[in-house]
Ligand binder design. Structure first.
Ligand code: FAD
Ligand code: DHB
Length: 396
């Protein structure tokens, strides 16, 4: 709610009330730096999105630090490995053995709900259903954001503006085209996801490579399963009945798993395209980008949300140093520091995608290369350690 006047002032204006925006707002305010979050959608809409499910330990720590980790610590599932399968065989990558570390299975929807609750408890200023958001004077010491809310023209003045507004947001597009560089790969398939109130087929996630296409068995909790199928880009959700989905999943995962799979009605079903994307730089004057606003990874490897968290970590530290120690070195280094980690996660997500999917233009040679790489992973401790190191998350 905007009270009284339609003109506001804050220290850090945050555009986007998804996980990046909320986490940044929470970390800054807990350290005494005031923020305002502007979100295009309603809270209900933001909380209805079913997205990521796997948190690296760095993100788990950050949520605890933000005072938003209690429910995650109670209800999240600690996973110490994953299964890789092809045709009918599977093998396990043991994270604990190779890295001493683990990941937490806890849905983005729940995490976002926890962040909203933590923000409410601090009486946060989050303005929902804003329209026509525009960033002005980002290159000056006094940037501001204009927007419409409740039929009124509003203006939010600030020291800094942070674009946490996802891939389709306006923040990245504000950066002058002579400065902005974009790197992109679009993949020739999508992921059809299905959520069902059924017990997961396996205690740990199964990433399955199959001649009919990739499949992933994941979960949200012991009664809630999340499954994905690689599908052609032209497919629509309507084309996939629940029955067709389950039949296809059973074909692509090892027989042992297929036999014990419990099926049920879908709660949600959607298709997501796969894309690799990086925008450079992640800072332009007093405008900073975090999360999907600056980069997208294909979901294989579960890195998207986790990359948003490392950006937020670097930026929150840099802003706190600016306000508390009068030191701008973190802000000056932010883009280079964040991008160094982003590119490594891009590489990992791209390599997992390339390893496990069927590509329309794949030659027999390409197929043999894929098979050889999976063989190598199955038998090499060094290859397993490398996958595990990236999956649990590179340090920050
Ligand atoms: P977002 O979550 O996109 O949040 C941006 C927010 O900004 C939104 O609430 C949006 O409404 C708001 N916004 C947009 N434009 C404006 C504007 N002009 N003004 C104000 N607000 C605006 N990652 C994984 O790690 N694992 C997964 O399994 C996984 N699955 C995914 C499935 C799907 C279908 C999608 C789309 C993404 C998935 N991701 C996954 C990626 C992960 O969800 C994102 O990386 C994560 O949501 C990034 O958070 P964010 O806050 O940066 O962006
Ligand atoms: C989930 C999604 C992923 O992309 C992934 O690699 C693992 C899990 C999920 O939604 O549960």
């Amino acid at each position: 709610m905007i009270k009284n006047d339609s003109s506001l002032r804050t220290r850090v204006a945050i555009i986007g009330g998804g996980p990046s925006g909320l986490l940044l707002s929470q970390l800054l305010e807990r350290a005494g730096v005031e923020t305002v979050v502007l979100e295009r959608k309603s809270r209900e809409y933001v909380l209805s999105r079913i997205r990521a499910g796997v948190l690296e330990s760095g993100m788990v720590e950050l949520l605890r630090e933000a005072g938003a980790g209690q429910r995650m610590d109670r209800e999240g599932l600690v996973h110490e490995g994953i299964y890789l399968a092809r045709a009918n065989r599977g093998f396990r990558i043991d994270f604990r053995r190779h890295t001493g570390n683990s990941v937490m299975v806890y849905g983005q929807t729940e995490l976002t709900r926890d962040l909203y609750q933590a923000r409410d408890a601090m009486d946060a200023n989050i303005v929902h259903e804003v329209e026509q958001v525009e960033i002005h004077a980002a290159q000056s010491p006094n940037p501001y954001v204009s927007f419409r809310h409740d039929g009124r023209e509003c203006r939010l003045e600030s020291d800094f503006v942070v674009g946490c507004d996802g891939f389709h947001g306006i923040s990245r597009k504000t950066i002058d085209s002579s400065v902005l560089r974009e790197f992109e790969r679009v993949y020739p398939f999508g992921w059809l996801g299905l959520l069902s109130q059924t017990p997961p087929v396996s205690e740990e996630l199964i990433y399955a490579s199959h001649e009919r296409g990739f499949a992933l068995c994941s979960m949200r909790n012991p009664q809630l399963s999340r499954y994905y199928l690689q599908v052609p880009l032209e497919d629509s959700v309507e084309k996939w009945s629940d029955e067709a989905f389950w039949d296809e999943l059973k074909r692509r995962i090892p027989a042992e798993a297929a036999e014990t799979l419990v099926t049920g009605a879908s709660i949600e079903k959607s298709i997501a395209p796969l894309r690799s994307f990086v925008a450079e730089p992640m800072r332009w004057g007093r405008l900073f980008l975090c999360g999907d606003a600056a980069h997208i990874v294909p979901p294989t490897g579960a890195k998207g949300l986790n990359l948003a968290a490392s950006d937020v970590f670097y930026l929150s530290q840099a802003l706190l140093r600016h306000y508390h120690d009068n030191d701008d070195s973190g802000l000056d280094d932010y883009s280079a520091t964040a991008l160094a980690r982003v590119w490594k996660a891009e590489r990992f997500s791209w390599s997992m995608t390339r390893l496990l999917h069927r590509f329309p233009e794949q030659s027999e040679f390409d197929l043999r290369m894929q098979q050889a790489e999976i063989d190598y992973l199955e038998t090499s401790v060094a290859a397993q350690a490398s996958l595990a190191e990236n999956y649990v998350g590179l340090p920050y």
